[in-house]
Write a protein that binds this ligand. Structure first.
Ligand code: NAP
Length: 252
């Protein structure tokens, strides 16, 4: 057995620990988006594979027998590539994800389908907005330059950001309710924009928004082709114990 974990999430790191503890042979892959990624207890590679063909070649070259896509629910391209490359290579593929967040009593969510729709939802007079969507898609919000944006990022941005009025806090979480209440109050935040990532590490901002009665523009997850998906490391271990071996290992 040789497992490839597509990482970049807390769940991927938890799985890496579990495989390392059990001495299950595995490799870990990062996209390379953050300057200093969390160290993993497994051999680790960094950078894109080169699309579906590149990933299929990597699977063959490294004799990968099981692929676990533990990327973020918004890493749509990587997840699509994982499904396609695993199918092409005849190896089993599993997604390890977190269930999405669901609104609770007191929440003031406006659910939108993507970044563009979130940007449109901000049409309106000046507000102070916590834009908690990471770094990649900030440019879309230049179309709503009237707002002051508070950005929470893992790395300090090197290039000048496309938003005329903004401030940046550098933090990679996990975040606490006390910390996020203080952040929203100190910056006078009037609205949040975030992705429906799910999980515990970043949920504090939603609890804080509920307590402060603030509206949230919630970007829902991209739709993916149907795939085998589980929500726990334990379920991945059970799958590894029972998933069919790839065609090459069965000698076909
Ligand atoms: P994406 O748009 O789906 O992926 C774009 C390309 O980046 C992929 O086609 C692939 O390049 C490369 N890539 C992505 N994840 C990779 C991995 N784990 N190992 C090797 N290559 C990878 O992904 P993204 O949204 O930019 O996310 C990049 C990474 O950040 C992922 O690991 C994800 O788990 C993490 N992350 C994303 C978010 C988010 O909101 N999107 C939030 C937190 C963490 P090739 O086609 O060349 O193989």
């Amino acid at each position: 057995m040789n497992v490839l974990i597509l990482g970049g999430t807390t769940e991927a790191s938890a799985l890496a620990n579990a495989l390392a503890e059990r001495r299950i042979p595995a490799l870990f892959s990062y996209a390379g988006r953050v300057a200093i990624p969390k160290a993993q207890p497994l051999p680790t590679r960094v950078g894109g594979f080169g699309g579906v063909e590149g990933l299929a070649a990597f699977l063959a070259d490294n004799r990968i027998t099981h692929l676990v896509d533990a990327t973020h629910p918004f890493a749509e391209q990587m997840s699509r590539n994982a499904i396609a490359a695993a199918k092409q290579s005849g190896i089993p593929c599993l997604a390890l994800t977190r269930p999405p967040w669901a609104p609770q009593a007191g929440d003031r969510w406006q659910r939108v389908a993507g970044i563009e729709a979130a940007m449109v939802a901000l049409s309106g007079p000046h507000e102070r907005v916590l834009l908690a969507i990471g770094r990649q898609h900030l440019a879309a919000f230049a179309a709503q330059p009237q707002h002051h944006y508070l950005l929470r990022l893992v790395d300090r941005p090197d290039a000048s950001l496309p938003l005329p009025h903004h401030s940046v806090v550098i933090d990679r979480g996990p975040f606490t309710l006390e910390g996020d209440l203080a952040l929203l109050r100190e910056h006078g935040i009037q609205r949040l924009v975030c992705k429906n990532s799910g999980g515990d590490g970043a949920v504090a901002k939603l609890t804080a928004a509920r307590q402060l009665g603030l509206p949230v523009v919630m970007i829902e997850r991209p739709a993916l082709p149907s795939r085998h998906e589980v929500h726990s490391v334990k379920a991945v271990l059970a799958w590894l114990a029972h998933a069919p071996a790839p065609e090459t290992e069965r000698g076909v």
